[in-house]
Design a protein. Structure first.
Length: 319
């Protein structure tokens, strides 16, 4: 008997190329969807973290009947006439509000290591600031609650030596900060002595009580997003210590990186105390009632100003 050889069909080169092309097209179609799904998950996580931050502030208020100061004894302008600035080498503390709420975000062990009678940072705008700080506490410490997962880690921890106004040791950046109408380092009044209509929820050596919010808790911004990367690396905010920073100024509260070249003008990232995020279209904010809202990058600055102030009586439109 003669054997019959069966010849199996094989892919031609053209067929193989067609299959590869189809697979490439499918990947190209699926990749954006996967990226969008990942960003949606990061955005949700960011929103939840900001919510936890807001609840921590409310728990602080429930315990102390007042919000924490935005900062205690910051190294500001010597000419500001604040009581301690003429003796900043001893009395400057540079303690941000973020350290005061550590027990309310399950960070009591770290909180208990901090000596609040000593300076957290050495910064002062002019003159000589404190000689030492407590930055060694944060050499290996990181708290993810302060980091929006959509943001890109940038020069963290950050170290700047000397006693100048950007001096900081192991500075850890925060994606979330409180808003302000103008620069705190230029103020010459403690929070309780500030009777202006520009008052926000947090200030120097003082913060608001909820009953002070005459505009209503649902119409007052308590926290806002701010990206890690500013136009120079020394700009915070840092949750570990105050280094000549401020609140997020309302005029820059929506300032996308895409809209603005770092290291000099024109900018491709926010300047100093600018707000914004890596989310498309805007950023999250937490209101004084504890709710979290997404604020469009096209929002009117008049509305933003009304949200930041606590007793100006503005009638807010849609945002």
């Amino acid at each position: 008997m003669s054997s019959v050889r069966v010849r199996r069909a094989a892919f031609t080169l053209i067929e193989l190329l067609v299959v590869i092309a189809i697979i490439a097209i499918l990947i190209a179609l699926l990749l954006p969807a996967v990226q969008q799904a990942r960003e949606a998950a990061r955005r949700t996580q960011c929103r939840n973290q900001l919510k936890q931050f807001a609840l921590a502030l409310h728990n602080y208020h429930d315990t102390h009947s007042i919000m924490p100061p935005g900062v205690m004894n910051p190294g500001v302008q010597v000419s500001s006439n604040l009581p301690y600035t003429s003796n900043c080498t001893v009395e400057c503390r540079n303690t941000p509000f973020t350290l005061m709420i550590l027990p309310f975000i399950d960070q009591s062990p770290l909180y208990n290591q901090i000596n609040f009678s000593l300076p957290m940072g050495r910064a002062q705008r002019s003159g000589t600031g404190p000689a030492t700080d407590q930055g060694a506490l944060f050499a290996t410490t990181n708290i993810t609650l302060f980091q929006c997962p959509s943001d890109v880690p940038y020069s963290d921890p950050y170290n700047s030596g000397g006693a100048g106004h950007y001096a900081i040791t192991n500075g850890r950046r925060s994606s979330y900060w409180f808003p302000a109408i103008d620069r705190l380092e230029d103020r010459n009044t403690f929070y309780d002595g500030d009777g202006s209509a520009n008052k926000a929820m947090f200030g120097i050596n003082g913060g608001a009580r909820l009953q002070h919010l005459k505009d209503g808790t649902s119409n007052t911004m308590m926290l806002t997003e701010t990206p890690f990367k500013k136009n120079y690396p020394q700009y915070g905010p840092f949750w570990t210590a105050w280094n000549y920073t401020s609140g997020v100024e309302y005029g820059q509260i929506i300032n996308s990186r895409a809209a603005t070249v770092c290291g000099g003008a024109p900018y491709t990232c926010p300047y100093a105390w600018g707000g914004g995020s890596e989310h498309v279209g805007g950023m999250h904010m937490a209101k004084a009632d504890g709710s979290v809202t997404f604020l469009s990058q096209n929002v009117s600055m008049t509305i933003v100003r009304g949200l930041v102030t606590i007793k100006s009586g503005e009638v807010l439109g849609e945002y």
